[in-house]
Design a protein around this ligand. Sequence first.
Ligand code: 7HP
Length: 182
Amino acid sequence: MPFAHGTHEKINAGIKKILIPEEKILTRVKELGEEISKDYATKNPILIGILKGSLFFLSDLMRAISVDCCVDFMSLASYSGEKSNGIVRLLLDLRESIEGRDVLIVEDIVDTGLTLSYLENILKTRNPRSLEVCSLLSKPECRKNAVKTKYVGFNIPNEFVVGYGLDLDEKYRNLPYIGVLK
Ligand code: 7HP
């Protein structure tokens, strides 16, 4: 049962509009889970959740995947407020080896693609069998490279969004929907 939007009144006050309501997110996440389950039917993928933004997406997506799968986490820093500072730092690395594994990176959002290609370059040196990306959101207008995202929940316009794990200075992550700030 989704949350009623009225239960987050204090945070809702900072939101200009709801871009993707909770029900739509959950429906799409289930579809992605089904697609991934088909594509990985004979495999045992490792989902790599990119913290912190992917936290709710990863947990909903993983429960929508019906094949055996594992999970691990990484954390990268590239954002301060609404601006990317262009420098990517690895804050948390994997506990597991990914050598010979089918790896699925689970991201909240891909905008310029620079953080993602930095991450892919690190992971490729560790010799996974396959490496794909599943991102809840994508901003195609912002792309600065040709990074490939095999699974995308929603393509969205170039507006700063928060909620369902996405933040502005650590705020708004707990909104159950994706919204645009005032
Ligand atoms: C990162 C990010 N975080 C929150 N909202 C957005 O729109 C974002 N784009 N890239």
